[in-house]
Write a protein that binds this ligand. Sequence first.
Ligand SMILES: [Zn+2]
Length: 581
Amino acid sequence: MPAIRLRSPVMFSSAFLLLAISYLAYFDVAVRTDADAAADRFQTLVDLGAPRRAAKHGERAIALALKAGATENDVAPLKATVADAQITRRKYQRAADLLMDALTAEWGQSLPTAKRIDYEDRLARAYLLNGDLEKAAAIYTTFLDLAGDAAAVPNSFAFGATAKLRARKLTDAADAFLRVVNHAEPRPLTGATPEHVLASAAQLADLGGFYGMREDEEYAAAGLLATAYETRKRIRGADHQDTVQLTLMLGPLYTKMGRLRDAEALYLEAFHAQERAKGANSPDLSLYIKLLAGVYEKQERFTEAQALYEHMRRLFRDAFGAQRYAVNRDKDRREYINRPVSQYFPLDAAYAPDDLVSASEFFVPTAKVPNIDEMKLRLAADQGSDGREENLPARLAQLISLCRSESDEAISLRSGYRSFQTQSFLHKRNGVRGTVTPPGVSEHQTGLAADINVNGRFMRQSDRAFQCFEENAFRFGFILSYPPGNDYLPGKDTFEPWHWRYVGIQTAQLYREAGPYNQPQEFLAALPCFQERAASGVFPTAGEPDICLDGKPAQLANAEPAKQAQPKRESAGAARILNDW
Ligand SMILES: [Zn+2]
């Protein structure tokens, strides 16, 4: 009789396996025939942290439910959740379809706003993961429009929670955009109709403008703008103003990123386009000459830079006369229109201009009721004029009128004069978040600054009106006070494309012709030096250090000490100049 042999471990395990298989088979049948069980299984696997395995159960649950007569609205929440699981499986198109179904169902339409924004953001990200730039841009430009001014100043107390949420989602999406547009060679968009493609390019330009204003987002911004640029160039041609407009946004980013050859190519194209549009002898070319010369200087191609600077001086001499800058050393600049104002050079609490007028009386379109202080500006009439036309508000009205007709956009004054007390109130109300300029440091206290609205919100870099202001404001005595990368206000990089400041025509012209690019405060601080240089006609050679900026300028007579000044960068030459006052 054979001895009873113990069952081998192998037999044990195969018995167990049989059991397991039959259990699974039963379970599988149950899942296949019961939408709820499939949904449960889906949820269990999601909860267990296995969304990839969960996805197929989720899809089955959706299909079974629809087969059993459920409506699209019934399965909408499940679809929204299954979309997340599909993203982990890299089924981005499927995820986008699911989210789209969910959002267009009544369920999606009736979500609380914050929740809906969250799902729209997920949908846009699914598009981006799928490489679909246009569909994502369409969603995020809606965010940009609805965020309004919260997109420009995201931490301000003045805007609602949903506007800020949209602005934040937009900011957070920069990396996702970057993954799609980060090609060595940007490719133009293609599509069914040129109109459709151009509309998408305009959206990319808006988003590029948004990211371009943010610290550390220049790569995403440059990628979006380069795609928009190539698209417009292909459809509209290099000479079209919409194409040229993008060089003003993309060129500075390339320069900042050290892509000098790319910046040079852009500026050259824009320069030639404007040369053909405005004539070879127009001082309108000055902006592009200056940008191009700046790149040459950075590349240490000083001969070429020098030739451009000399060309510009010829254009200005021919257009504005050999005696365009009379020697005009100002004795007391404390209240003068070309006085610098910044954290290094604050205004006295007691300072208030005595020639404020309602801007609307000079036909400046106003965004608010015209009789309040904020809609006032200094008259700042030219000496010896009768004061009716040769003054700040009349010139602002002319500039707005010109740019309105060039851009076809609605332009208005959003904010003019703000007293020290008003600024103080706004600053305190906004608390420690530091997005409101402290009192005494705001140019609005001078009555010389104008915040400009375009189409009912702050002017943006992607507005046609901005290009028009960049090109022409100097002719009317205005300059951009807070260009990218400035440190004039405490605590932040304050690029403000909407903030334009009057300095008078001669000074604005001198700034364009002979001043440093995008350093208005350094220029104003050293203005007497620049004035002297212009009057003598002896300009430094490109590549040599600029003594007006690095040397010590003439003392400002009777200047009050900059007692509130808290310089961030002690080493910065310009800051030193201002502090020495
Ligand atoms: Zn402002």
